[in-house]
Design a protein around this ligand. Structure first.
Ligand SMILES: [Ca+2]
Ligand SMILES: [Ca+2]
Length: 312
């Protein structure tokens, strides 16, 4: 019986290898077509900012289009910076997603006007004061025309940025040196998620959130995993469909809490968004509600291994 089971398992595994080989040349042992984690909703809490959320394990940091906010573990607002653009070397008026690393908040900042971002900068703020410490300008020759999200690859010490503006700009994610701010390269997403709003790095992988579900039609937004290597392109795999939200709206940026291993994602609901701008509200709403959703993450591969171990 066990031999037969083993034979079937081997045959299935071989089948999986054949099926995935054209897209998993980087590591043929791993099927890249499946989600890496299973996500279970824990709870939600309302916040002031509408752009992104991250955690350093001690606090939650939230970005608004024109503000930075710090919340304690219970979801109480404990600090705000509503003049976050003070000190930027080039004028900016818009913040997208953020990340936090080593006591510093990495802010995706730009001068956003008429659907296009100009003078993109990586603003590095003190996590204690929320004030700007230093800023790096982006490289215009990269072709990036807007910045919606940012994250730090803490292993490679690089910074990644995304573009919400599509076409050529939105087809890539853009990598910079964490230490010098130097532009390194852009990586072509295959396929390209629509309306990318955020990016985060966790345990060797990059993930992007995409506002690709149409709220008017009750379509959910999605999280995608990007399998980056040293190649100029990277396969994109759907990691999660956000069907649990209270009302379909706009997904924004998120990240993983390093202490709890929970996925944090910011969602906006209630407002009708036309071309990136709030244009009135849905029935039953007189304001836009921004909430952080917390999801428990369990590795899908380990889970299968654990179940097998129990049976034996
Ligand atoms: Ca955004
Ligand atoms: Ca949406």
């Amino acid at each position: 019986m066990s031999t037969q089971g083993g034979f079937i398992a081997v045959a299935l595994f071989a089948g999986a290898l054949i099926a995935t080989s054209p897209v998993s040349a980087a590591d043929p042992k791993v099927s890249i077509e499946r989600p890496t984690y299973k996500y279970t909703l824990v709870d939600t809490f309302e916040v002031k900012g509408r752009q992104g959320v991250v955690s350093d394990g001690e606090y939650y940091y939230v970005s608004g289009s024109k503000g930075l906010y710090k919340y304690d573990r219970l979801g109480n607002l404990i600090q705000s910076n509503e003049t976050p653009f003070e000190g930027y070397p080039i004028l900016v008026n818009h913040i997208g997603g953020i990340d936090v690393f080593n006591g510093e908040i990495f802010v995706s900042a730009e001068n956003f006007m008429d659907g296009v971002g100009k003078d993109i900068q990586i603003g590095i703020h003190d996590a204690n004061t929320l004030k700007l410490k230093r800023a790096f300008a982006f490289e215009p020759s990269s072709g990036q025309e807007e910045v919606s999200g940012i994250c730090v690859d803490t292993d490679k010490r690089t910074v990644w940025m995304t573009s919400w503006v599509g076409e050529e700009s939105g087809r890539y994610i853009y990598e910079y040196s964490l230490d010098t701010g130097k532009y390194l390269r852009k990586v072509h997403l295959q396929p390209v998620p629509q309306w990318i709003q955020g990016i985060h790095y966790y345990k060797g992988k990059l993930y992007v959130t995409a506002d690709d579900g149409t709220a008017d039609l009750d379509e959910p937004d999605n999280l995608y995993r990007v399998e980056v290597t040293d190649k100029s392109y990277a396969p994109v795999i759907r990691e999660k469909v956000f069907t649990e939200v209270k009302r379909q709206g706009e997904i924004e940026a998120g990240g993983v809490d390093p202490k709890t291993g929970e996925l944090l994602v910011l969602f906006n609901r209630g407002s009708r968004i036309v071309l990136g701008m709030v244009k009135g509200f849905y029935p039953g709403y007189d304001r836009e509600i921004s909430e952080v959703y917390r999801f428990k993450m369990e590795p899908t591969r380990k889970e299968r291994g654990a179940k097998k171990a129990k049976k034996q």
